[in-house]
Design a protein around this ligand. Structure first.
Ligand code: ATP
Ligand code: MG
Ligand code: MG
Length: 605
């Protein structure tokens, strides 16, 4: 693995560790709170980060960046990263997503457990639900009201919007802003008790309607919404706003560094205001968490928005969330990308405040770097053409003979063993390994032909990899002139690995699979889902640049050893790239492989 380059977040963490910023911490919350022990005992020497997905869809490549960053930093500095489901929005969240998210984080290789200081020798789970803090959040809201720092606004949504102003115009105070704390408390309790209709009122912080930062113009803290929540059921008809809930979640769990993407930079003043205020009111303890923003990961040819991905699924442009063309982690996994490759790509993309695009090719490069040293090799023919060895009987004494051949499982790792297969009287070769009339520099199979001066030229000689040298002698065609078979003769005494095998020099080597030995396979060749590197540039609809050729299914042949492939097993198919046995559809009696990525180097002989 690459050495991890430093970045501004590491510098902040190292500065905080050196200064002892979080060295003296008590439990968050006050004794008796449901949330008192939310994050468990705080170990002074450690940092705490969190990955806070909203369980409203499947995780994608962008989330992988956030996961590798947050879990990675915690790992590196001996801290803990919490997996927190940010489930404050009742309408869109489902258990299915909660489970899928946890599985995806595990699959990426991260773990939300840490040694439990209260019970030595055991580990504690750091998996949290924001909705478990609803009661505390509500109590904090009452405390803000009592302190004159929040009020119930009963303007219409339209009035509120109009009174907010914009970047050049200060906002206008709501007529409800002058309500007394007692009045506001009564109205807030009425909101909670279900006495007001959905949308009839919101609780707002009382900060400054003239602030140059619009996020500080009395932001909403609670809204009324009658909706069943996946965790709290119908216990609540008011729900906290994300901007109010998130800082509290961080504080209750004892998060030290709350890392988020740059869109939240303008929210940081409110994050700070809220936590400072709640610390002053005695509801939270200092030192409190701090928010730090970094530029989100953008990858070419990829859309990373759960909403857009849902659209692709629901409108059936792809075959589900785990379609191998999807940038979801379940899709990437099914496509054959390894967790190591995804993490490597995220690390290489770096972490900074400057946005930009990462080339999709960086993911394929990371995959190759990960798999090249470890993936077993296999011979596979994807566009089969029959090659008939016309002197087979003469050389081996029988047409039914099976000449045993073998190859290393990995060319650089003899300890991985060898693969065995048979050279038979007919073999499958790639259709493009034969040219009736060779183009210049083509060194694979072509038949005898007349030279420029009319003199006869012999057919080409090539090595059948791990087998014999053969000389092309002709071809067979169907009525339409399409080549149906290539004819060749074995050059005796040229078997790979035998003495003198290299005496006959050839310029080309081709992949083959014995017809009598071949395992029929289905292979799904995937390409990028969009034809434009920035599918949504200039507000374009991504559907306009969907790649119609993003999936191609072919039927080919593999060497017999692939019969024992298990779903999820990865291989390098020689000359073709990296492939995986499909997790969902692959069966021993119906092998199905997905192409993850092609090989970097194009095959040139
Ligand atoms: P989406 O817009 O796809 O729904 P989101 O940010 O709303 O994404 P969350 O579930 O809230 O989805 O995200 C969890 C975490 O992942 C957040 O901290 C968010 O900042 C981070 N994240 C999401 N997309 C990216 C990205 N492209 N690069 C880096 N971090 C990301
Ligand atoms: Mg979100
Ligand atoms: Mg979003």
């Amino acid at each position: 693995p690459d050495a991890k380059p430093s970045n501004f977040l590491r510098q902040i963490i190292e500065r905080d560790l050196a200064a002892g910023t979080y060295a003296d911490r008590r439990f968050a919350g006050s004794p008796g709170d449901a949330a008192h022990h939310a994050g468990g005992p705080l170990d002074a020497a450690r940092i705490r980060t969190r990955f806070p997905p909203e369980p409203n869809g499947y995780l994608h490549l962008g989330h992988a960046k956030s996961i590798t960053l947050n879990f990675g930093l915690a790992e590196e500095y001996g801290g803990v990263c919490h997996l927190r489901f940010d489930d404050t929005n009742p309408e869109k969240e489902e258990q299915e997503y909660v489970d899928a998210i946890a599985e995806a984080v595990h699959w990426l290789g991260f773990d939300w457990t840490a040694p439990d200081p209260e019970r030595p020798g055991t580990r504690r789970e750091h998996r949290y639900f924001a909705s478990d803090y609803f009661e505390f959040m509500y109590r904090a809201a009452e405390a803000l009201v009592e302190a004159g720092l929040a009020y119930v606004d009963e303007q219409s949504a339209e009035q509120m919007r109009a009174n907010r102003g914009d970047f050049s115009t200060p906002g206008t105070d709501s007529p409800f802003r002058i309500r007394t704390p007692a009045e506001n408390l009564a109205r807030l309790r009425a909101m909670r008790a279900g006495e007001l209709a959905d949308g009839a009122a919101v609780l707002r912080a009382k900060i400054d309607m003239a602030s140059p930062n619009i996020n500080l113009r009395d932001p909403a803290l609670y809204r009324i919404k009658r909706a069943t929540h996946h965790n709290t059921g119908d216990a609540w008809c008011i729900y906290p706003m994300y901007t109010y809930a998130h800082p509290i979640e961080d504080a209750l769990e004892g998060i030290t560094h709350s890392i988020c993407t740059l869109e939240f930079e303008d929210q940081r003043p409110f994050y700070d205001w809220l936590l400072e205020t709640l610390c002053d009111l005695g509801l939270l303890a200092r030192p409190r968490p701090h928010q730090h923003e970094f530029a989100r990961l953008n990858v070419t040819y990829v859309v990373t928005s759960k909403r857009k991905l849902r659209q692709l699924v629901e409108e059936k442009h792809v075959d589900g969330w785990d379609d191998p063309r999807m940038p979801t982690l379940v899709g990437l996994r099914r496509r054959g990308y390894t967790p190591e490759a995804i993490r490597l790509m995220c690390d290489r993309a770096g972490t900074s405040k400057a946005g930009g695009w990462t080339e999709y090719a960086a993911l394929d490069a990371a995959l190759r770097d990960d798999l090249d040293p470890k993936a077993p090799r296999a011979s596979v023919v994807l566009d089969p053409l029959r090659l008939k060895l016309t002197n087979f009987d003469a050389v081996f004494g029988s047409l039914a003979h099976r000449e045993p051949c073998h190859a290393p499982v990995h060319p650089a790792k003899p300890e991985m063993g060898r693969r065995d297969f048979a050279f038979t009287n007919e073999v499958w070769i790639e259709r493009d390994d034969f040219m009736e009339v060779p183009s210049k520099g083509y060194f694979r199979l072509f038949p005898p032909r007349a030279g420029a001066d009319g003199s006869p030229l012999a057919g080409s000689r090539v090595r059948m990899r791990f087998g014999y040298v053969v000389e092309c002698t002709g071809m067979e065609k169907d009525a339409d002139g399409r080549v149906t078979a290539v004819l060749a003769e074995i050059v005796p005494d040229t078997k790979s690995g035998t003495p003198g095998a290299d005496a006959v020099k050839v310029k080309g080597a081709i992949t083959w699979v014995g017809v009598g030995d071949a395992l029929p396979i289905e292979v799904r060749l995937y390409d990028r889902l969009f034809t434009d590197p920035q599918p949504e540039a200039d507000g374009r609809d991504m559907l306009e640049v969907l790649n119609p050729a993003s999936k191609k299914v072919v039927h080919g042949y593999a060497e017999p050893g692939l019969a024992s492939a298990q779903p999820g097993d990865r291989f390098q198919f020689e000359r073709h790239g990296y492939f995986v046995a499909d997790r969902v559809d692959h069966r021993a009696d119906r092998p199905v492989f997905n192409r993850t990525a092609t090989l970097k180097d194009t095959w040139t002989t």
